[in-house]
Write a protein that binds this ligand. Sequence first.
Ligand SMILES: Nc1ncnc2c1ncn2[C@@H]1O[C@H](COP(=O)(O)OP(=O)(O)O)[C@@H](O)[C@H]1O
Ligand SMILES: [Mg+2]
Length: 263
Amino acid sequence: MEGKNVEGEMPRFAHPSILKVVEQKKRIKEKLSGIKHRIGVFSAKGGVGKTTTAVNIAFTLKSMGYRVGLLDADIDCPNICIFLGISEIKDAEYPLVPVEKDGVKVLSTALFVDDNKKPIIWRGPMIGKMVSEFLENSEWGDLDYLIIDMPPNTSDAPLSLIQLLDLDGFVLVTTPQHVAAVNTIRSGMMAKRLGVGLLGVIENMSDGENRGGIEVSEALKCDFLGAVKMDYRLSQMSDAGKVAVLEEIEIKEAYEEIVKKLI
Ligand SMILES: Nc1ncnc2c1ncn2[C@@H]1O[C@H](COP(=O)(O)OP(=O)(O)O)[C@@H](O)[C@H]1O
Ligand SMILES: [Mg+2]
């Protein structure tokens, strides 16, 4: 098949599947054109605090006066609504309009599922399709920052998101443990290989020594943005649907320091 010269980058003879992605990407770019900055929060490791970090960065930016959106891109295991105490269920009609929580626009597949304990079990191609449909049909309006809570691993779901979103870069999250650092380095290397910049790494659940954060920043040659201490109040608040930076001054200050470096 003869290819169109989309965005001036494509060879004239390209595989149809590549052209499809390029065209999808173009449509998504148009759709998200009112958003100044897109920042993904990423680690290949589950449970390190990606969602916690995404939520608290988003609300810190909001408290600094920016217009902020929060995209739950963990399409099959969405958690943002639990963290924010959002129990609303919306009709899955296009366009997908975010809900607002304390002035932050929030969009998650969980908003369109009637029982959040039901598993979503999809093969890779379905995940990719869902990601692109979700992005193509979302209606964010004008924003300064869109914070994207990424799914773990280094395969289909993050790959689709990286290909489709024109990201400013990733904030990586690790914990102090070597195993978390190794898996976070994997996600950083994936990002680099796909041409996405690294904005820096945060050590979450820190004991104050920053071993994991330093291991990641040295391996990837990216900035160490700071640490958030292991603090049981963070997990209590996320279970209660409360945002830590809106409740606890110490936690607020830790995230403010990180966000100032980030922006
Ligand atoms: N700094 C912290 N101190 C204590 N608990 C935390 C901290 N960060 C996250 N948690 C808790 O750890 C669990 C996993 O965090 P989560 O953000 O869901 O990780 P991920 O999105 O990477 O899977 C959640 O229950 C969360 O509340
Ligand atoms: Mg998560």
